[in-house]
Design a protein around this ligand. Structure first.
Ligand SMILES: *Cc1c(COP(=O)(O)O)cnc(C)c1O
Length: 380
């Protein structure tokens, strides 16, 4: 067995990226903008089935600009999924607004429509509707937009779809990232595809995208001298990184297939063990299976999640607990939280969930090694 470290999710280059990078070098179009940026935006928007995109230096920047476009200001409220990475909610704080967290539902692990409804009813009572709802597609599976969208529409609140982990997934046969008024992708090194670091804001609202493009390039007024009326940001993606993105986009479908195969093998070999379960996939959903998440029922399985993670780590294998829900983070301790009607689902997933190495470049032998260590820990 190889001695090299097995990662949770590592970059997986196809080789096609080099052609685009060489083109950027040949034309000396290294940065800032250039033809690869607009092509990457258009190709990504076409894949997702929306009118346009703005390529940015991170998914977090994309969320920040999406929230700004929905008019979030200091003192405003923004609803957000609780079971997610902190990046989903940090930009709410950048804008001086206050997140209100919504629990997961057991069937998808994503935002619970019933808890969302209660949050809206409470907001009406307080006479303070949110400016936006950040709906996260966790671990690659789309949220249940069929139920979430009518609620947001009823209160006339825009949806920001955080598709950072679900690029390449489908819901009702439509690509993930096409359900929000604004959607965001991440091309961080551990995501479905990577530009080493980057992100994209997607929408059908071209005028709004134009505004985001303006903000992302220091809000420079279209005159010769440097004229500024608004605060801007340096958020644009460089031409060279967009080139890497174009190469990666061409293999996105393969990357999804590979991760789904990884998930399937773990599931086949481990789900016969009593007390082990896997993240469910809704009937109308085709997850990107960004990460394979397994749950250990503590009433049946003796080794704890942390013990298993540590044993894997001793063998140079990276595994992690499920996301610690944001409503349990010290950073957000004063924020409201609307739980599922049976109790705190996100918290229970955090306690029993474990993310296994899931990269599209994970070899069969590496996966066998992970599996054999898990089996031996479970037997101990
Ligand atoms: C990775 C991630 C982000 C942020 O993306 P960056 O490109 O790292 O800024 C946002 N939301 C979720 C759910 C993520 O997993």
């Amino acid at each position: 067995m190889s001695k090299e470290r097995i990662f949770l999710s590592s970059p997986h280059m196809s080789g096609l990226e080099k052609d685009y990078i060489e083109d950027a070098f040949r034309t000396n179009w290294i940065s800032p903008l250039g033809p690869h940026v607009s092509a990457f935006e258009q190709e990504t928007a076409d894949y997702v089935g929306v009118k346009g995109g703005v390529a940015l230096n991170s998914g977090s920047s994309a969320l920040h600009l999406a929230l700004k476009l929905t008019g979030v200001e200091p003192g405003d409220v923004v609803f957000c999924s609780s079971l997610t990475f902190v990046a989903s909610a940090n930009p709410i704080l950048y804008l001086g607004a206050e997140p209100v967290f919504i629990d997961s539902e057991p069937g998808s692990w994503n935002m619970c429509p019933d808890a969302l409804r209660r949050a809206f009813e409470n907001a009406v009572r307080l006479n303070k509707l949110p400016k936006a709802v950040v709906v996260v597609n966790i671990y690659g599976q789309s949220a249940d937009f069929e139920k979430i969208k009518p609620l947001a529409d009823q209160y006339n609140v825009p949806i920001i779809e955080d598709a950072a982990e679900s690029f390449g997934a489908f819901y009702n046969n439509k690509p993930s990232g096409s359900f929000g008024d604004f959607s965001i992708l991440s091309f961080n090194g551990n995501k479905m595809i990577t530009t080493s670091g980057g992100g994209m804001l997607l929408s059908n609202n071209q005028k709004a995208l134009e505004k985001a493009r303006f903000w992302s390039t220091q809000a420079r007024e279209p005159v010769l001298h440097y004229e500024h009326k608004e605060v801007g940001y340096n958020y644009r993606l460089s031409n060279i990184l967009a080139g890497i993105g174009r190469g990666q986009l061409r293999v996105l479908t393969d990357r999804v297939e590979a991760r789904r195969r990884v998930f399937e093998r773990y599931r086949q070999e481990l789900s016969p063990v009593s007390g082990i379960d896997f993240m469910p996939e809704m009937k109308n959903s085709r997850s990107s299976r960004w990460l394979t998440v397994m749950t250990l029922d503590p009433s049946t399985i003796k080794p704890s999640v942390n013990y298993l993670i540590n044993q894997l780590s001793k063998e140079d294998i990276e595994a992690r607990p499920a996301w610690k829900p944001l409503h349990l983070q010290p950073l957000f301790q004063k924020c409201l939280f609307f739980p599922h009607h049976t109790g705190d689902v996100a918290q229970s997933l955090f306690h029993k969930g474990i993310c296994l190495p899931s990269g599209s470049n994970l070899t069969d032998a590496q996966q066998s090694k992970v599996l054999s260590i898990i089996h031996s820990v479970l037997k101990s």
